[in-house]
Design a protein around this ligand. Structure first.
Ligand code: T5A
Ligand code: NA
Length: 208
């Protein structure tokens, strides 16, 4: 049997406008420039999937959803991609996720949904090898483009989300100072990437 190096699951989390999408793409581009096809970028919500389309319409204020229905739609949208993520990792391809279940849990807790209920629906998804936690100061976030265009971007919600996300920190989380320049943040991300241990098998989330 040939054993090949597995891929890793890297998750970018943090508040709105902290630079997650920019840096997730930079990491994917860098890895693919070194070895074409070695990394895929997956954003959540994945607006092209069935549940993602519902979420997209909600965020753009075209439809309303109850808070529980919205929570389950975000979670179902990750389950729509679960097999793809597992397959890539088994094939030795790194999967870079722009947001994951921690956004799902933190935003729903910030809205006051029941904690035990909120933490159930993502159990069993692949567990990230590392969660890059982008920490941006409110002053810097406010200066960045496009802030406040979609729902959930008000400062009151953001403050609550920040507190909840802080509580979700676990041993696989690494803080990234996201106030820095594009290049400084990129270097910090690459350093964390280079330190990932890929000898242990990928596991599944037992809790969020
Ligand atoms: N949500 C999401 C839930 O409630 N539950 C869930 O389960 C999930 C998955 C949409 C909303 O959905 C919620 C959270 C959100 O409210 P989204 O589509 O990821 O989620 O949100 P977006 O609006 O696309 O992205 P964010 O607001 O999170 O922004 P990013 O990705 O953190 O920031 P980015 O990279 O787009 O950068 C923002 C701006 O800042 C500039 C960029 O050029 C851009 O203009 N910028 C910098 N400027 C200066 N210096 C730097 N270092 C910079 N880095 C970026
Ligand atoms: Na984003």
């Amino acid at each position: 049997m040939t054993s090949q190096r597995r891929g890793v699951l890297i998750v970018f989390e943090g508040l709105d406008r902290s630079g997650k999408s920019t840096q997730a793409k930079r990491l994917a581009d860098f890895l693919n420039s070194q070895n074409e096809g070695s990394a895929v970028l997956q954003a959540f919500p994945e607006r092209s999937e069935p549940f993602g389309q519902v979420i997209d319409r909600y965020l753009r204020r075209e439809i309303d959803l109850s808070e529980r229905a919205l929570h389950l739609a975000f979670s179902a949208n990750r389950w729509e991609k679960e097999q793809m993520i597992r397959d890539k990792i088994e094939q030795g391809i790194d999967v870079i996720c722009d947001r994951y279940c921690y956004s799902g849990v933190a935003y729903s807790l910030a809205k006051g949904l029941d904690e035990n209920w909120v933490r159930q629906s993502d159990i069993g998804l692949p567990r990230p090898d590392v969660v890059l936690f982008f920490e941006v100061s409110p002053e810097v976030a406010r200066q960045r483009g496009g802030f406040g265009e979609e729902r959930l971007e008000t400062e009151t919600i953001q403050q609550k989300v920040a507190k909840k996300m802080e509580e979700l920190r676990a041993d696989n989380w690494k803080s990234v100072n996201a106030d820095g320049s594009y290049d400084d943040v990129e270097l910090a991300v690459r350093k964390i990437y280079s330190e990932i241990d890929r000898t242990a098998p990928l596991t599944s989330l037992e809790k969020v």
